[in-house]
Design a protein around this ligand. Structure first.
Ligand code: AMP
Length: 216
């Protein structure tokens, strides 16, 4: 299974991404984690992006695209798809990623959109700041990251909708409920993804199905 995760900061994409990757035995490619690792190791790349991360700004597209290309090449060799978390973050990245993946015969089967409202997201991010001490989880930077999400990241949801590979879920529920719904949907789609061509696919909105999977 080849899955892209699109979600505002704080919606749980890191947690859900790791669960999906474990479930399918796929590599979990999290661009934020890769970038933070570079910063922590003080690499040249890390030094060039540390201010972007600290301020909640997106790092330049070519840097993340190159990083992700290498990770997809590795995932292809592994043969178990991938879970890409945190990429693409804007329409230019979405288009460039599609070209890269097309060249490697590794385009995404599913773009998974985790939906949550800003109030809940700010609450979660501030709680995480207290626990993990991430430098970009201050109130001001959180506001900036949410604004960037709305301005440039959220519009790509529609782009994936038009491609017919979008699956939307309500992320404002306990982790295990959200995970159960995601894995149920992905398992149901699994036998079809290689058989049904993209132009014949339809996007799925599961956000109204909260009650069926337990709202709490
Ligand atoms: P995340 O862990 O996904 O919330 O990402 C943390 C930070 O890493 C973001 O606020 C950006 O500064 C940077 N980042 C992660 N992924 C990308 C991307 N695809 N494009 C640009 N910047 C990114």
């Amino acid at each position: 299974m080849r899955v892209l995760l699109i979600a505002p900061p704080g919606a749980g994409k890191g947690t859900q991404g790791a669960l999906i990757a474990t479930h399918f035995g796929s590599p979990h490619i999290a661009t934020g984690d890769l970038l933070r690792d570079h910063v922590a190791r003080g690499t040249e790349l890390g030094r060039s992006v540390q201010d972007h991360l600290a301020q909640g700004e997106l790092v330049p597209d070519d840097i993340v695209l190159e990083m992700v290309r290498a990770a997809i090449v590795e995932a292809k060799a592994g043969g178990n798809g991938y879970v890409l978390d945190g990429m693409p973050r804007n329409l230019a990245q979405a288009r460039a990623l599609y070209e890269i993946a097309l060249g490697l015969d590794m385009t995404a089967n599913v773009a998974l959109h985790l939906k949550a409202d800003d109030e809940e997201l700010s609450r979660r991010l501030l709680a995480r700041a207290a626990l993990e001490g991430r430098s970009d989880d201050t109130e001001e930077v959180i506001r900036r990251r949410l604004a960037i999400y709305h301005e440039v990241t959220h519009p790509i949801v529609e782009w994936y909708g038009a491609r017919g590979i979008l699956v939307s879920v309500d992320a404002v529920r306990p982790i295990e409920r959200v995970a159960r719904q995601i894995l149920t949907a992905l398992e149901a789609m699994r036998p079809l993804v290689d058989l049904v061509p993209e132009h014949a696919r339809r996007s799925i909105d599961l956000t109204g199905l909260g009650a069926a999977f337990g709202k709490n």
